[in-house]
Design a protein around this ligand. Structure first.
Ligand code: PMP
Ligand code: GLN
Length: 384
C-alpha cells in the first residue's frame, strides 16, 4: 500500500459494525436506517430490473434523473440548475473523491472542518493534497459545535484550492447558518478557492431550522459544486447513487475523473430515484419529523444515563461527551460498550486530524426504529 494511504487501512464503521454483529449489540455506530425507503421507490427499482433496465446508463446519468435533481434544487431552494450541469455519481462518496482528484494538484491545500466524514481525509491524501482541518468545538459544554472565525481565516493560504463543507454536519449534527456559510464563502472567494459542499443530510434538519445550500448565497453558485445522494433522503444507503452540480467547467473536470473511477452505475435505480425526488412535500416533512422525534428519544436517554449530550439540529447523529462518566478516552469506551451493555457507537477522535479534539466524544446514530431506540436507552441506563 502506498505510504499516503497507510493511515487509512480500515474504517471505524466496518470495525464497529463487525463488533456489533459479533456481540449481538444494537448498532448505533454506523449511520444507516433499519427501515426501507418509500414503497414506490422500491417497487420502481424492482420493476426496472425485471423489465430490462440493466445495461450501462449514459455517462453523465440518465436525463430524467439529471432533470429531477435540477427540479429539486429549484423546488426546495429556488436555485436554477441546468440539467446539463448535473453529473450522476456512485454515491456522494464518489462525487467528493472525483472533485478532489479533479481539482487538486499535489500540494494544494483543502480547508475542511474537523471532526469530518472519514472519506474526506483519505480522499485528500489520495490526491496528494494537504488537509487543513479547522476545529469545530462547543463554546460551552452542551452548546452546538461551531468554528472560530479566526481559526477559519488562519487555515486559508495562497495554496488553498478547495473548501470542503458539510452541512448538515456529520458527526456533530451542526447545521451551518447563513452567517457562518457567508464567512466561509467570502474567504473562499478572497483566495480564489472552489467550494465543494456535501449536503447529503439536506432533508434532515430539525426544530424548524432551514438548510442553507452554499450555492444560494450571493455570488457563490459560480464557485460551488453541490453534492447530495439518494442514500439518506430515501433511506437506501446501499444503493450508492449520488449527484454533483455546479458551473459547467467544474462539472466537466469532475466528470473526467469520475468516468475512470466507475464509469457509470445504478442503471435500474436512476429512473426510480428521478420519480422519488418528485414525491410531495409531505414525504420530506414526515422524514424530518420522524427523525426529530428519534433524536429526542435517544438524546433524552443518553442524558439520563449521564452523558453530556450536544444538541443535534441535523443528520442521523448525536455527539456526546463521556467525561462525566469518568471515561478519559471515547474510543476505549466504544470498544467495550457492546460487551458492557449491548450498544455500539463510534468514537469521534477517528474523524479528527488532531485526535485530542475528539478524545472524550462519542457519536450515536438515531436513525433506528423506535423500539430499537427504546431498548438501547434501557441498556444505556445500565451504564450507571
Ligand atoms: N457525506 C457524508 C457527510 C456522509 O455522512 C455520508 C454517509 N454515508 C456520505 C457522504 C456518503 O454518501 P453516499 O453513501 O451517497 O456515498
Ligand atoms: N455515513 C455513515 C456514517 O457516517 C456511514 C458511512 C460508512 O459506512 N462509510 O456512519
Amino acid at each position: 500500500l502506498v505510504a499516503r494511504m497507510q493511515p487509512f487501512t480500515s474504517t471505524i464503521f466496518a470495525e464497529m459494525s463487525a463488533l456489533a454483529v459479533r456481540t449481538g449489540a444494537i448498532n448505533l455506530g454506523q449511520g444507516f436506517p433499519d427501515t426501507d425507503g418509500p414503497p414506490s421507490l422500491l417497487a420502481d427499482a424492482a420493476a426496472n430490473i425485471t423489465s430490462g433496465i440493466n445495461q450501462y446508463p449514459p455517462g453523465p446519468g440518465i436525463p430524467e434523473l439529471r432533470a429531477a435533481v435540477a427540479e429539486h434544487q429549484k423546488r426546495f431552494y429556488g436555485l436554477d440548475v441546468d440539467p446539463d450541469h448535473v453529473l450522476v455519481t456512485t454515491g456522494a462518496t464518489e462525487a467528493i473523491a472525483s472533485a478532489v482528484l479533479a481539482l487538486c494538484e499535489p500540494g494544494d491545500e483543502v480547508v475542511t472542518f474537523q471532526p469530518y466524514y472519514d472519506s474526506y481525509a483519505a480522499t485528500i491524501a489520495l490526491a496528494g493534497a494537504v488537509l487543513k482541518a479547522v476545529p469545530l468545538r462547543p463554546a460551552h459544554p452542551g452548546e452546538p459545535f461551531a468554528f472560530d472565525p479566526d481559526e477559519l481565516r488562519a487555515a486559508f493560504s495562497a495554496r488553498t484550492r478547495l473548501v470542503l463543507v458539510n452541512t448538515p454536519h456529520n458527526p456533530t449534527g451542526t447545521v451551518f447558518d447563513r452567517e457562518q456559510l457567508t464567512l466561509i464563502g467570502r474567504l473562499a472567494a478572497e483566495h480564489e478557492a472552489i467550494v465543494v459542499t456535501d449536503e447529503v443530510y439536506e432533508h434532515m434538519v430539525y426544530d424548524g431550522r432551514p438548510h442553507v445550500p452554499m450555492a444560494t448565497l450571493p455570488d457563490m453558485a459560480e464557485r460551488t459544486l453541490t453534492i447530495s445522494s439518494v442514500g439518506k433522503t430515501f433511506s437506501v444507503t446501499g444503493w450508492k447513487v449520488g449527484w454533483i452540480s455546479g458551473p459547467p467547467q467544474l462539472v466537466a473536470a469532475v466528470r473526467a475523473v469520475k468516468q475512470f473511477l466507475t464509469y457509470v452505475s445504478g442503471a435500474p435505480f436512476q429512473p426510480a430515484i428521478a420519480s422519488a425526488l418528485a414525491l410531495p412535500d409531505s414525504f420530506y416533512a414526515e422524514l424530518a419529523d420522524g427523525l426529530q422525534r428519534k433524536r429526542d428519544l435517544l438524546s433524552g436517554g443518553l442524558a439520563a444515563a449521564g452523558f453530556t449530550v450536544y444538541p443535534s439540529t441535523g443528520t442521523y447523529f448525536v455527539v456526546t461527551d463521556v467525561a462525566p462518566l469518568g471515561v478519559a478516552d471515547g474510543a476505549e469506551l466504544c470498544w467495550r460498550l457492546p460487551e458492557l451493555i449491548g450498544v455500539a457507537a463510534v468514537p469521534v477522535s477517528v474523524f479528527c486530524a488532531d485526535p485530542d479534539l475528539g478524545r472524550t466524544l462519542v457519536r450515536f446514530a438515531f436513525c433506528k426504529r423506535d423500539e430499537v431506540l427504546t431498548e438501547a436507552v434501557e441498556r444505556l441506563a445500565n451504564l450507571k
